[in-house]
Design a protein around this ligand. Structure first.
Ligand SMILES: [Zn+2]
Length: 70
């Protein structure tokens, strides 16, 4: 599985806030993945780290890491 950084899904909905925290380290979350009906939040670092595994099981993938590049 290759890692793509393209935003092919079009305009991203920015709904994560400073109150949303990474489940792994507590940093601000920029990625939200829905797995088995529950939402997991990750910072950019952990989102990338777990992306390959989660992509296969997540029913939705929400990525706001483009905000870090702005
Ligand atoms: Zn993290």
């Amino acid at each position: 599985m290759s890692i793509s950084t393209t935003a092919e899904q079009g305009v991203l909905e920015h709904r994560l806030t400073a109150a949303d925290r990474c489940d792994s380290c507590g940093a601000q979350a920029y990625i939200a993945a829905e797995v088995n009906g529950s939402e997991l939040l990750f910072c950019a670092h952990h989102g990338r780290k777990y992306e390959e595994k989660l992509r296969s099981v997540a029913t939705s993938w929400h990525d706001e890491t483009d905000r870090l590049l702005a």
